[in-house]
Design a protein around this ligand. Structure first.
Ligand SMILES: Cc1ncc(COP(=O)(O)O)c(C=O)c1O
Length: 421
């Protein structure tokens, strides 16, 4: 069978065997195995993964777990590894109050936990988030997911008493912040249980929130007693510079932090970290899962975290972030006709494309880029939009990062030529 027919065979098979809800791929990729920073397809072709397995594998697809394993998990008793990991994670949150955590199984479910905690603790019902957010696909988290086109909500009614107010990004005018705050006040903040936010709106294009908006949210949460809940599922682990992305905002001390993705070092695990009294507001069993915080995920996650902390300490992650910014600036100066802007920071960026000649819509340029990068051996995404998601592994070598950018540069060159032909 030819390589293309082989791929088509597996893609057809996946349509036959797997429900639509999990078929979100834009390029013909069938992964036979993963290795280090590469996806290897069923024909042995290698693709450099430029989104770090959607930030679930910030150190690459490593194989250390067999060496580390403490055996299969047992659900009903605290394990030594869970305690060690919990202690380490709690030490990373420099909060002004005493904290605890609960482990869970995935990011979406961590957001649901935060909804439960906020309601149980404040005895209020309203949960608010920003328009355009992505918080997951369980019932609570997908009620808070208002990213355009992402969730049809054909399975409504959704979780009641969830609201969204407009997001204001760092480059927007201050007047927008004031009108957003007006919308929050109109909801009567004294009846709000919790506000869930991404301080950098990830799936909308890596858009850092306006500093004044974060400041106002902090003030209002203190004044009216609603909880601030940081969704750090995608952008913790130094992705945006500091360990947690909310640390880009001075003095912000969320009541709850939700972590997931990379937390289990590549296998499912989530956690909600927060004020001890809030974490004790649910009764035993009210947010528990048989395999929550399982020892395998904790073992792997702790190992991963220690390595990431080491890399940060050594300056390697900072050096990679500097190189990434240089390469992005170079792309902008080479192809101003195709690139409208770069958003995000450190090692999490959106590269926004423009309409140009034959590409009548910016989305067409982005679709061309995703496909052409893929053909040239680089995996990235555009999330149905006009920007490319760029979140390389934290431990990539500079050579690999350059190889990835060389591919993007080549694809842009081809896009430029094609658009004019
Ligand atoms: C910001 C954010 N929140 C929540 C989620 C949901 O996490 P999970 O897919 O592990 O349920 C994601 C996943 O992409 C995310 O990026």
């Amino acid at each position: 069978m030819s390589a293309n027919r082989q791929i088509q065979h597996y893609l057809d098979l996946s349509k036959e065997l797997i429900g639509n809800a999990q078929l979100i791929l834009e390029v013909p990729l069938v992964v036979a195995k993963t290795q280090d920073h590469y996806l290897i397809d069923c024909n042995g072709k290698k693709y450099l993964d430029f989104i770090s397995g959607a930030c679930t594998q910030n150190l690459g697809f490593n194989q250390r777990v067999q060496e580390l394993s403490s055996g299969f998990p047992f659900p009903y008793a605290p394990g030594l590894i869970q305690l060690e990991y919990a202690k380490k994670l709690l030490s990373l949150y420099k909060s002004t109050y005493k904290c605890k955590l609960t482990f869970g199984v995935c990011g979406s479910e961590g957001i649901d936990a935060a909804i439960k905690y906020s309601r149980a603790y404040t005895k209020r019902k309203k949960i608010v988030s920003f328009y355009g957010d992505y918080h997951g696909t369980t019932f609570g988290s997908c009620t808070l997911t208002t990213m355009p086109g992402r969730m049809s909500k054909s399975f409504s009614p959704m979780v009641p008493e969830c609201y969204a107010i407009p997001f204001v990004n760092e480059n927007d005018d201050e007047s927008k912040v004031l009108s957003t705050i007006g919308e929050l006040l109109a909801l009567d903040p004294s009846t709000i249980a919790g506000f869930v936010f991404e301080s950098v709106q990830g799936d909308m294009g890596m858009l850092p929130c306006h500093k004044l908006l974060m400041q106002k949210l902090k003030e209002l949460s203190h004044e009216y007693g609603f909880l601030l809940i940081a969704d750090e599922i995608q952008l913790a682990y130094f992705r945006t510079g500091p360990f947690f992305s909310f640390e880009n905002y001075e003095g912000l001390n969320p009541d709850l932090i939700v972590m997931g993705k990379n937390l289990g070092g590549g296998i499912p695990l989530s956690a909600v970290i927060g004020k001890s009294e809030i974490l004790d507001s649910l009764n035993p069993g009210e947010h528990d899962f048989t395999l929550a915080g399982n020892s395998e995920a904790c073992t792997r996650g702790l190992d991963n975290l220690n390595e990431i902390l080491r890399l940060k300490e050594s300056g390697e992650i900072d050096a990679l972030a500097t190189l990434m910014r240089e390469r992005l600036d170079r792309l902008c100066s080479l192809y101003p006709a195709l690139i409208s802007k770069v958003t995000g920071k450190y090692l999490a960026y959106g590269l926004w494309l423009k309409s140009f000649k034959k590409f009548s819509k910016a989305q067409d340029t982005a679709a061309f880029m995703v496909k052409r990068c893929f053909d040239l051996g680089l995996y990235t995404q555009r999330l149905s939009s006009s920007w490319l998601r760029l979140e390389p592994f934290l431990n990539m070598s500079q050579t690999e990062l350059n190889q990835g950018f060389d591919i993007i540069e080549k694809a842009l060159e081809e896009a430029y030529k094609y658009a004019q032909s």
